[in-house]
Design a protein around this ligand. Structure first.
Ligand SMILES: [Zn+2]
Length: 392
């Protein structure tokens, strides 16, 4: 890999990002991921890097001073604090500021270790809070770790950052943060906004004047499966990376695109997630001198999907790829059965899904092909590429 070993950011304190009750963003998703990765040996001999909380100055790269104050004071406030806080999606919790700042600190630590040359790759599975806006919480996200880290990279030696978001939801907060900045290519592949919150992420969102073409959106119809998802991704994203020439890839690796996810309607598999991570790794090698900062993101099938998919993410970052036919370790199953005795738990690391795909050939056959055509026609001319030539 060139530089030193990949950086894995982890500390149990990251589990304090806990919205409580039956909120879907349950930190058990991270705890069970780390437990599964350990049980499989993926983390054997790997140093875990503990982050420090991001400072106010770091948070204010992206967030308004008044919003950071509101987050800090919200647990003590007896009034409506506004800023999207205290809602069903973004309930106030005791350690909200400290836990949220720690998540940002984790992704920042990953960025700093890449910038310093300690690692070419770094992974922050607690990160990926892509919906947070400058002045408000949104979609379970308090502070936008991805945007803070990208902003920091831009001030520390990087002029061209590509952000790739494969969460089922549009990466709206990161897109908004850099909408007028031609130094950041934001790419989001997601379920079509007419069918899913937050209702943005149309092909026509291309970036502001001066940065036209720096926002890339590939909205896909509900029900899209692995092969069609990958057909769309490969028809649009690699060519744009080739034209943009990033120095680093920052990726949001949400796994709520899985067919069993309770909050959305794409139909990917764990096998498909693993294939996507391997693609992201290859793209970093080909287009970004191997530099890859991977974060987590959404994912609400807490027992059957998130732990397996993000174990594959950790393994991919570490070049310790886990076979889809590998058994799920009995010690992990026993631990999960203690908290969920009736859950239908997976026994293998894959699902036997069909992930092979046919490359887009310029022919219009499926609704996904229409999405591909629309994205290419909107974006490719802005990057000197031919939208109708499958070789581009
Ligand atoms: Zn999501």
């Amino acid at each position: 890999m060139g530089d030193g070993a990949a950086t894995v950011v982890w500390d149990a304190a990251l589990l304090d990002y806990d919205m409580g009750g039956d909120h879907p963003f349950n930190p058990i998703r991270l705890e069970l991921t780390m437990r599964l990765a350990r049980a499989l040996g993926v983390l054997d001999g790997v140093e875990l890097h503990s982050p420090e909380a991001a400072t106010d100055a770091e948070l204010q790269r992206v967030h308004d001073v008044s919003y950071v104050s509101a987050v800090r004071e919200a647990p003590m406030a007896s009034w409506d604090v506004g800023h999207g806080l205290g809602t069903a999606d973004n309930p106030v919790f005791d350690k909200m500021h400290a836990a949220s700042a720690l998540v940002v600190g984790g992704t920042l630590l990953a960025a700093k270790r890449i910038a310093a040359g300690h690692s070419k790759r770094a992974v922050s599975i607690a990160g990926g809070l892509h919906h947070a806006m400058p002045d408000r919480a949104a979609g379970f996200c308090v502070y936008n770790d991805c945007a803070v880290a990208i902003s920091w990279l831009l001030d520390n030696g990087f002029d061209r950052v590509a952000y790739i978001d494969v969460d089922v939801h549009h990466g709206d907060g990161v897109q908004a943060a850099f909408y007028d900045d031609p130094r950041v290519l934001t790419v989001s592949v997601h379920q079509h906004p007419a069918t899913l919150w937050p209702g943005t992420g149309f092909v026509s969102e291309l970036g502001a004047r001066g940065a036209q073409g720096s926002a890339v959106n590939v909205p896909l119809p509900p029900g899209t499966r692995d092969a069609q998802w990958q057909r769309a991704f490969h028809a649009v994203v690699p060519s744009l990376l080739g034209a943009f020439k990033p120095q680093v890839l920052v990726t949001q690796c949400g796994v709520d695109s899985h067919r069993e996810d309770p909050l959305a309607d794409l139909s990917l598999s764990v096998d498909g997630h693993r294939a996507v991570y391997r693609t992201l790794r290859a793209l970093a090698e080909e287009h970004a001198d191997g530099r890859w900062l991977a974060t987590g993101g959404g994912g609400y099938q807490l027992l059957r999907v998130v732990p397996r998919s993000w174990t594959h993410l950790l393994a991919t970052v570490l070049d310790r790829d886990v076979d889809l036919g590998a058994p799920v370790p009995g010690e992990w199953l026993a631990a999960v059965r203690e908290v969920a005795p009736n859950a239908d738990l997976p026994l293998l690391m894959g699902e036997g899904a069909e992930t092979a795909f046919a490359a887009w050939d310029g022919v219009l056959e499926t609704p996904v092909d229409a999405a591909i055509r629309d994205a290419r026609r909107a974006l490719f001319p802005l990057h000197g590429l031919d939208p109708d030539d499958p070789r581009d």
